[in-house]
Design a protein around this ligand. Structure first.
Ligand code: GDP
Length: 376
């Protein structure tokens, strides 16, 4: 502590001296009026004595901080004001910095979220595409799903559920054989060779005959391969149901007439090469000679989507048909079933899952495909 005594003609003068020497932090300890000693002093105005003190550290701080000389009062006051201003500016700058940090944090977090969302969308995109679902359909599924639910890791279960529901909607309810009461129900099977047309026909014939106890008749126009006729003859003998073989599309009317007492007539056609116009004309002619047939296009689930498109194109002259997918047991993916359904808009009716007649056939449940694609 530094203590100093000042004598001045008035208080203001004393204060000025104190401020200039000790600075603004000085403390007034004591003031009093004094008279000069002696006779002359008696007639003069009294003087003012002020004792002021300053803490040594404060004194240093005042001058060092402000970078000023103890004697320069004016500059000291200005510097004090500047330092207050500077402090305020620094304070504001700090606040601005922390706001900026906050904004950057939010942006960074948003970007991180966006990145993880995009990653998740990509994962689902790949998963659906790996199932052979056509890109355009994958995009549609994910667009709808994103409108319903945010693609964040904590929503995984809900995302899966949404995708399952969307695929199920696209597949639609299954549509097995329609049941007509009195009329003979004529069911026609078309599709390329080797997909399992004849086997599927035998499976359904057995189901109608044994399970549903209906009278069944069979017709085949697939006479290009002797083995095909023999195969169906074997089934007809085992099931004890009549088989008519036709060698010309015109003969179909007669064959149907001969089986008119049957409740169900199943007709097998020759698939062979669906790209050859002449062979397609034959199928066309049979369809035209059959009254009100229910037509099933049989496609193997192992066929590529490119080939399926070509098959659908070949049979585009048929207005109304349902889809049977065979060999699901041999296929590693189920996407083509969804692709075909979306492309044609035709109902799915049956899936076949093996070579065993009559067991390996089932109604085309969309759940089965959804399970195969998304998993349970
Ligand atoms: P089509 O030429 O279209 O009449 O075909 P087929 O009925 O003669 O069947 C061709 C081959 O596919 C035969 O060996 C059948 O046993 C077999 N097949 C038919 N359906 C299925 C199936 O769902 N799964 C498997 N793995 N093989 C099948």
């Amino acid at each position: 502590m530094k203590i100093k005594r000042y004598i001045a003609s008035n208080s203001q003068e004393a204060m000025m001296k104190i401020r200039s020497e000790l600075g603004t932090e000085a403390v007034i300890l004591h003031t009093r009026k004094i008279k000069k000693q002696g006779f002359i002093g008696f007639f003069q105005k009294p003087l003012v004595e002020v004792v002021a003190a300053i803490d040594k550290d404060e004194e240093k701080k005042t001058y060092i901080n402000a970078g000023k000389q103890p004697t320069d009062v004016k500059r000291s006051i200005i510097s004090d004001e500047t330092s207050i201003k500077n402090n305020k500016i620094n304070e504001l700058q700090d606040q601005l910095n922390s706001i900026q940090d906050l904004i950057l944090n939010v942006i960074h977090k948003d970007k991180k979220n966006e990145d993880s969302n995009t990653k998740l969308i990509d994962e689902y995109f790949n998963m659906l595409e790996e199932n052979d679902i056509d890109k355009s359909i994958v995009n549609k599924i994910l667009n709808i799903a994103q409108k319903q639910i945010k693609f964040t890791p904590e929503n995984e279960e809900a995302i899966k559920k949404a995708i399952r529901v969307i695929i199920k909607e696209y597949l639609g309810p299954p549509s097995p054989v329609r049941d007509s009461e009195n009329l003979a129900k004529i069911i026609l099977f078309i599709g390329p060779t080797g997909v399992g047309k004849t086997t599927t026909l035998a499976k359904l014939a057995a189901q109608f005959s044994i399970k549903d106890n209906k009278s069944v008749g069979l017709i085949t126009s697939d006479t290009y391969r002797i083995a095909a006729v023999e195969q169906l003859r074997t089934y007809s003998e085992i099931l004890d149901i009549p088989l008519k073989v036709i060698y010309d599309p015109e003969e179909i009317k007669e064959a149907i007439d001969e089986l008119r007492d049957k409740e169900v007539i199943l007709i097998d056609t020759a698939g062979r090469n669906h790209k050859i116009e002449e062979q397609l004309l034959e199928t066309k002619s049979i369809i035209n000679n059959v009254p009100n047939p229910e037509i099933f296009l049989v496609i193997s689930a192992t066929t590529t989507y490119k080939d399926i498109k070509s098959i659908i194109q070949s049979y585009s002259f048929i207005e109304d048909f349902k889809l049977i997918f065979t060999k699901l047991d041999e296929s590693t993916t189920a996407g083509n079933i969804l692709n075909t359904k979306v492309m044609t808009g035709k109902d799915l009716s049956y899936f076949t899952t093996g070579q065993i007649v009559p067991d390996d056939i089932e109604i085309a449940s969309p759940e089965k495909i959804v399970d195969l694609i998304v998993g349970e």
